[in-house]
Ligand binder design. Structure first.
Ligand code: NAD
Ligand code: MG
Length: 389
């Protein structure tokens, strides 16, 4: 029996992790839950999974949550606010913490979990992208595992099992191409938020769905792959694969290529991030290659989607630059979702913020530097936005 806590339990990653727990009550038990919103769902989760501790982001919602679970016996410890999300992350005997919070808000809770000796099932890529220079040394220091739950990185990690040291030559990340993959570039200027939120293959939270439409998600995943697998940026490639059946590939020194395949279902990478190195039998639909049909590949279009190159540049600049890129992207996506900027403004805003930051970049940042850079970039986007209107 593995004890786990879930940060972001009411989101897409959180609810799919709970699906796994529901299917395997003999293998997993929930110790802690944390969420930003959706009291009704959180209350249902408390009734069903009986966690020992629960935190909600805002203190205003605490009394509603208390009312919603009146009568539940035994009552979990109930907390509110950011420090309390960290408290859930470090609480009790949980061995693994699933990080399903969206954005750099996951950084401090992830660090708390690592310092408490928990393994990390990493869905929250923004934390590693912004905090890589701080998170990776902590993983070493506390001797915990950082297990990827992002589908591409899980695919790479699965392919790497059994590959000897220095056997890896290249990583090939597959990308579905997002909501606008078949739309001509001239039409991108007028797309709406609703259009951008229609992902062809995956059902995910809003922020990552927009990142998929701009292909910033793939750019962020390049940085994530660099930190997770220690690969140089020159050896991380992107290929568009519209069917999302091959979740990524690795090339070995002798040119052999290994791939991991499956239906587009996040439960599989989530399960492996919790069961590693074991394989747990499931009754999920098996991949039928004939039903999957043609698997096709094409070059990513960097003219149409400048975010990928912005991410490579930020990754190569290193230091706080990935944190700046990530925060600028989070803020720009928030403005797009609020319909305050257009789809094509997203890369323009991010590029200008990264350019402004260049001279202040610090190659060996500590946690304070990263938090400072994150704050600075968010404000820089808002300044740029006020200049635009
Ligand atoms: P989501 O928006 O569906 O869910 C986010 C969850 O985090 C919700 O429970 C929300 O209440 C909570 N939350 C948000 N801000 C918070 C805060 N400040 N404090 C506490 N809780 C907070 O998002 P998602 O799609 O589940 O994505 C979560 C993370 O996983 C993201 O980093 C995303 O990039 C990554 N990821 C998601 C998928 C997917 O299929 N959804 C795939 C790969 C990676
Ligand atoms: Mg992914």
């Amino acid at each position: 029996m593995k004890l786990i806590s879930i940060l972001g339990s009411t989101g897409s990653i959180g609810t799919q992790t709970l699906d796994i727990v529901r299917e395997h009550p003999d293998k997993f038990r929930v110790v802690g839950l944390a969420a930003g919103s959706n009291i009704t769902l959180l209350a249902q989760q408390i009734r069903e999974f009986s966690p020992e501790i629960v935190a909600i982001r805002s203190a205003d919602q605490l009394s509603d949550l208390k009312n919603a679970i009146a009568g539940v016996n035994p009552q979990p410890i109930l907390l509110a606010e950011m420090d309390d999300i960290c408290e859930v992350a470090r609480y009790g005997d949980a061995q693994s913490v699933v990080t399903g919070i969206v954005g750099c808000a996951g950084l401090l809770p992830t660090i708390s979990a690592i310092k408490a000796g928990k393994d990390i099932a990493l869905a929250n890529k923004e934390t590693l992208i912004a905090g890589g220079p701080v998170v990776l040394p902590l993983i070493e220091e506390y001797g915990v595992k950082l297990l990827p739950a992002d589908s591409e990185h899980s695919a790479i990690f699965q392919c790497l099992q059994g590959v000897p040291d220095k056997g890896l030559r290249r990583i090939i990340l597959t990308a579905s191409g997002g909501s606008f993959r078949d739309l001509p570039v001239e039409k991108l200027a007028s797309v709406t938020v609703a259009d951008a939120l229609k992902h062809p293959n995956w059902s995910m939270g809003q922020k990552i769905t927009i990142d998929s439409a701009t292909l910033m998600n793939k750019g962020l995943e390049v940085i994530e792959a660099h930190y997770l697998f220690g690969m140089d940026y020159d050896n991380i490639d992107i290929v568009i694969h519209p069917q999302s059946i091959i979740h990524s590939l690795i090339e070995l020194q002798d040119t052999s290529i290994l791939a991991q395949l499956g239906w587009a279902d996040m439960r599989l990478p989530l399960l492996y991030s919790l069961s590693y190195p074991d394989r747990i039998a499931t009754n999920w639909e098996q991949l039928d290659l004939v039903k999957a049909g043609d698997l096709t590949f094409r070059e990513p279009d960097h003219q149409k989607y400048p975010c990928m190159q912005l991410a490579y540049a930020a990754g190569r600049a290193g230091g706080c630059m990935p944190a700046v890129l990530n925060a600028a992207n989070e803020q720009a996506v928030a403005l797009f979702l609020e319909q305050k900027i257009g789809f094509l403004d997203i890369p323009i805003v991010i590029e200008s913020v990264c350019d402004r930051f260049e001279s202040q970049n610090n190659s060996q940042p500590n946690l304070e530097d990263i938090i400072e850079a994150d704050k600075w970039a968010r404000q820089a986007v808002l300044d740029k936005f006020s200049a635009l209107v």
